[in-house]
Design a protein around this ligand. Sequence first.
Ligand SMILES: Cc1cc2nc3c(=O)[nH]c(=O)nc-3n(C[C@H](O)[C@H](O)[C@H](O)COP(=O)(O)OP(=O)(O)OC[C@H]3O[C@@H](n4cnc5c(N)ncnc54)[C@H](O)[C@@H]3O)c2cc1C
Length: 253
Amino acid sequence: MLRDEAPLVPLAGCTDVYVGLNFGTLAAKRFLDLWSLDELRKIWITDGVLSIGALATYTEIIRSSLVRKRLPILAAAASEIGGVQIQNRGTLGGNIANGSPAGDALPVLAVAEAALVLASAGGIRRVPFHSFYTGYRKSVLRADELIASIEIPRIHGRQWFRKVGTRAAQAISKVVMAAVRSDPVRVSLGSVAPTVVRVPKTEAALAAGEPIEDARRTLEAEIQPIDDLRSTAEYRRRISGNLLERFWSETAP
Ligand SMILES: Cc1cc2nc3c(=O)[nH]c(=O)nc-3n(C[C@H](O)[C@H](O)[C@H](O)COP(=O)(O)OP(=O)(O)OC[C@H]3O[C@@H](n4cnc5c(N)ncnc54)[C@H](O)[C@@H]3O)c2cc1C
C-alpha cells in the first residue's frame, strides 16, 4: 500500500500524529494504521543481537526481561516517557520516525550503536542509527518504507541514562543523556542540537584520561543548544556538563 497508494502516513500509537493533527501542523489526509501488525511488536535475540520490533510500546519495553537485561537504559528511558497512557500507546519506531531531537529513546539507541531495519515492498535494508538522521526531523527513511525493527549489538560496560525536564513525569526533556562506560566510552545527548548527537571530542577526552573538568569544558563547547520555549542554551549547556560529571562519578570502577 505504501508503494502503490502513496502518499500514506503510517500510524503506530498516534501519540505524535494526533498532536500534529490537533495543532494543524500535519497536512496529511490519508493514513495507514499499523497497530494490528503484531509481527512488528516482537522482542527477540538472534546470534547475540537484541531485536526490538518498531511497534513495541514503551510498556512492552519496560516489561521485557530481554531489554532489562541487555539494555536497561532503554527500559529506564521508556519509563520516563509521558505517562502510563502514552507508554501504552507510544512506540519505539514512532519515536525514531518522528525524529524530535528531544526524543528520549534516541540517545540510548545512539550509544547502543543500533541498526535500523527498514522494510519496503522492494526489500529490506539496514541503516546504522548514526547515519539515519540528516537534519532537524529529517532522515533517510523513504515514504514507501517502514521501520520494521531495531537491532542492538551486545554492549560491554556500565550503562547510564538521565533525563532532565521540568518535572519527573509528562515533561519533554530539556536535556537527555545516555552513556556507556566502555572502552572506548560512548556519550550521546538529546535536545542540544538539531538531531540527537554523539559527542566524539568529549568521548576522546574521557578515553584519553583527561580530568573530568576538562572533558566537561570540551562537551560544553561541542554541543549547540538553543534557546526555546522549554529552556535556554546556557541552562542546557550547564546541565549537560553536570550530567557528564554525574555519569563519570556514578560509573567509576
Ligand atoms: C502527552 C505526551 C507526552 C509525551 N512525552 C514524551 C516524552 O516524555 N518523551 C518522548 O520522547 N516523547 C514523548 N511524547 C512523544 C511521543 O509519545 C513519542 O515520540 C512516541 O514514541 C511516538 O510513537 P507513536 O507510536 O505514538 O508514533 P505515531 O504518532 O503513530 O507516529 C509518529 C511518526 O512516526 C511515523 N511512524 C510511526 N511508526 C513508524 C514505523 N514503524 N515506520 C515508519 N514510520 C513510522 C508516523 O508516520 C509519524 O510520522 C509525548 C507525546 C504526548 C502526546
